[in-house]
Design a protein around this ligand. Structure first.
Ligand SMILES: [Zn+2]
Length: 325
């Protein structure tokens, strides 16, 4: 596995494509609701950057930019979700609030760190601070425990590819042995989508859900990059493109359901996402195979081109119809 050289950044600002104002192509944009979840909160602000800034500060700033850009593009129902409480209460609270909002999509915004044992120490303004310059780049996570795992993966792929298109590289280090219990299966090596089944905000949300680590704030150069409005605009622009593409795909898959939907009320399709159906999706027939690493790897292999998996690779076709059946 290729590791990025120490001091390297996720992307060179000069090489990145500027993001023009995005206007939603999705005809259902005005009723399509995305919950933009700000990772962590004031009571438990997450990781600490190489210069001693709380992760929550980075998360809130980027999530606000994403919220703003989604609205500007025509996604008027976007909700910025801020939860001050610390975990575990804060995690269950944000899931409950997200489910209560009945959204079409959930995106949790975070910034990455590394395990303590991998940190090095330097001095900033007379204080000891901790850093690791080895693993710049973003990463995206989905859970097979989510009630709409196909939708989650589809959105995560769109997001990863949109980030890639704007010159950003994901970090491959989550597949490495040295990550120990933080090691993850890479579900999509092109888009940088990893599997993280246990995450509460991904497995207990009843809509397609993904978590984005926008970059490493313990990486000394990437921390500076992530703090710039230019970089935040590029990331937010990529999120808007991905949300729009996902909205288009879902609208195409369910013209009737979406057209008749009253956005603020539970709809028939949403009822099917409830606990009963979610359990069915988790049942032996549907999910057992996918929960086993070997089987999950097979998903990417040529031999296992089952109808559903094959179809999932083609946005707007079979996999979307399957979700809404
Ligand atoms: Zn975090």
């Amino acid at each position: 596995m290729l590791l990025v050289a120490p001091g390297a950044r996720a992307g060179d600002t000069d090489a990145m494509t500027a993001v023009p104002q995005h206007v939603a192509a999705c005809t259902q944009a005005a009723s399509f609701r995305t919950v933009v979840d700000v990772g962590h909160g004031t009571q438990a602000p997450g990781a600490e950057s190489a210069r001693g800034v709380d992760e929550y500060v980075f998360n809130l700033r980027l999530a606000r930019e994403i919220d703003k850009e989604l609205r500007a593009a025509g996604f008027d129902k976007t909700v910025l979700l801020v939860t001050p409480d610390k975990p575990p209460r804060g995690l269950f609270k944000r899931v409950a609030r997200a489910n209560g909002l009945n959204p079409d999509l959930f995106l949790s915004v975070h910034h990455d760190s590394v395990p303590d044992r991998m940190m090095e120490t330097w001095q900033v303004d007379g204080h000891d601070r901790h850093y690791n310059d080895r693993f710049p780049g973003h990463s995206i996570f989905v859970s097979n425990g989510n009630a709409d795992r196909a939708g989650s993966l589809a959105f995560a792929k769109l997001l990863g590819l949109a980030l890639k298109q704007h010159g950003l590289q994901y970090t491959p280090h989550y597949t490495e042995k040295f990550m120990g219990n933080r090691r993850r299966e890479l579900l999509d090596p092109r888009a940088g989508v990893y599997r993280y089944d246990q995450l509460i905000v991904l497995k207990d949300t009843r809509m397609p859900a993904a978590l984005m680590e926008a970059g490493s704030i313990v990486n000394r150069s990437e921390e500076l990059l992530l703090a710039t409005p230019e970089h935040q605009a590029i990331m937010a622009g990529a999120v808007v493109e991905a949300v729009d593409a996902f909205c288009v795909a879902r609208a195409n898959a369910t013209p009737v359901a979406v057209a008749t939907r009253k956005p603020d009320e539970p709809v028939a399709a949403k009822k099917h996402d409830g606990p009963k159906v979610a359990k069915k999706l988790d049942g032996p027939a549907a999910t057992k195979k996918h929960d086993e690493p070997k089987a999950a790897k097979k998903l990417d292999g040529p031999k296992v081109a089952k109808g559903s998996d094959e179809a999932r690779r083609k946005p707007g076709t079979g996999w979307l119809q399957k979700i809404f059946q």
